[in-house]
Design a protein around this ligand. Structure first.
Ligand SMILES: [Zn+2]
Length: 413
């Protein structure tokens, strides 16, 4: 297939006006500008008109298991209140129907993602359906999540080991968060990630309540954990502050810190510098709409970028977000003047792929890469393609994975 478009935006090199690319066997075989080569090498030419052709978008952090929720949960009470509602939903699910529900939720989330131009996903999974993830499109890095404050084992829980064995090189490991993972469980999980050479990710410094709890002053999260029966309130907390987790995550070959909204707040003031020291291995993933919902602010992206960190965009789940659109997340940041459209595009392509350790397969258009692409259609005239990508009325016309159209149509351009 030979695609032509008014703009080809490869990421990692400047946009190409009147660009074209050729797809052979699901991969990008050639890229060029202006004149279509006389020899199309037997490829079918498709003219996308005024459309913008970009690398398939990358959602660096979501929880597809909640993709069956119609709308986000109530945010009353901030993170502790929201967590109580998530746990209530989990506990109310009938266990005998959970496998089928999970599969249908994953299917809904993967299908929705294609509709938003997303071809690569970092998913946090508390379990894997017996038949695996539905093979319907996006490439998924599945981070097996684990949590527990009273763990006593020497190796990861059996269910985690079983899932990681099944996931193979598409797996990853996620200790959930400092307030739900004991120091010991974290050590066992991260040792296993190193042994398997898998990337890691962890929610860190998401709320002030988390910092209060893990630095020993109790508060709403400890009360919540005690009420849920997840915390033996009579014993000292076997937990660690974010700065300690950063040092541990940095022993893996690749990792990401999710949220980081309150990173560096006293008394855990060294967390920012420590993260910056490990920027060759650790990146940040921000979920702007979720942070605004649960913390009343947008993530401090400027501070992360000034520290030289790679910052990626994720949507978090449908439990805190109305949809799984990374474009909508990026628009929050651009609309608030926090980043430029070009920076936002890197955050939902190149740097998100890096966070997932998929930088050689996703996040940019380059010869030899899989032809994972999104075709975007701005509704009116435009001169700057980067600006046009982030306009609220720009539509996803088609999403391609390995050269196959999995959403929309190439005729629409
Ligand atoms: Zn999350």
């Amino acid at each position: 297939m030979h695609l032509r478009a008014r703009w080809l935006v490869p990421v990692g090199r400047p946009p190409i006006e009147h660009g074209w690319l050729r797809i052979e066997h699901g991969r990008i075989a050639a890229i060029g500008q202006q004149r279509t080569p006389a020899d199309l090498n037997g490829c079918r030419p498709v003219d996308l008109g005024d459309a913008i052709l970009c690398p398939g978008l990358v959602n660096a952090h979501t929880h597809l298991e909640f993709s069956d929720l119609e709308q986000p949960l109530d945010a009353e009470g901030g993170l502790p209140g929201w967590i109580a509602r998530v746990v209530a939903i989990r506990r109310a699910r009938p266990t005998d129907a959970e496998g089928a529900r999970l599969t249908s939720s994953l299917r809904a989330g993967l299908t929705e993602s294609l509709g938003h131009g997303v071809t690569t996903i970092g998913d946090i999974a508390t379990g894997i359906p017996p038949e695996g993830y539905p093979p319907i499109g996006p490439r998924v890095r599945v981070y097996r999540e684990a949590l527990g404050l009273s763990f006593r084992g020497q190796s990861p829980p059996a269910a985690v080991t079983r899932d990681l064995d099944r996931l193979g090189s598409a797996g990853g490991i996620s200790p959930h968060a400092p307030y739900t993972v004991s120091s010991r469980l974290g050590r066992v999980l991260l040792d296993d990630a190193r042994r398997r050479d898998l990337p890691v990710t962890m929610h860190l410094a998401e709320s002030l309540a988390e910092l209060a709890f893990v630095t020993g002053s109790g508060g709403a999260l400890r009360d919540l954990l005690a009420a849920l029966g997840a915390w033996p309130a009579d014993r000292p907390a076997p937990v660690l502050p974010p700065s300690e987790w950063i040092a541990r995550l940095a022993r893996s070959r690749r990792g990401s810190v999710v949220h980081g909204t309150f990173l560096g707040e006293p008394p855990d003031s060294s967390a920012n510098e420590r993260l910056a020291r490990h920027r060759d291995r650790l990146g940040l993933v921000v979920c702007p709409r979720t942070t605004r919902l649960l913390s009343g602010r947008l993530p401090p992206v400027e501070r992360f970028l000034a520290a030289g960190l790679r910052v990626a965009i994720g949507t978090d789940s449908r439990a805190s977000n109305p949809d799984l659109s990374v474009l909508a997340e990026a628009r929050e940041l651009v609309g608030s003047g926090i980043v430029s459209p070009g920076a936002a595009l890197a955050m939902m392509t190149r740097d998100a792929a890096w966070a997932l350790a998929y930088e050689h397969r996703a996040g940019s258009i380059a010869v030899g890469r899989p032809a994972d692409l999104v075709v975007l259609g701005p509704s009116g005239p435009f001169s700057d393609p980067l600006d046009a990508i982030l306009r609220p009325d720009t539509r996803v016309l088609a999403t391609l994975r390995q050269g196959r159209v999995l959403h929309g149509s190439l005729a629409a351009g």
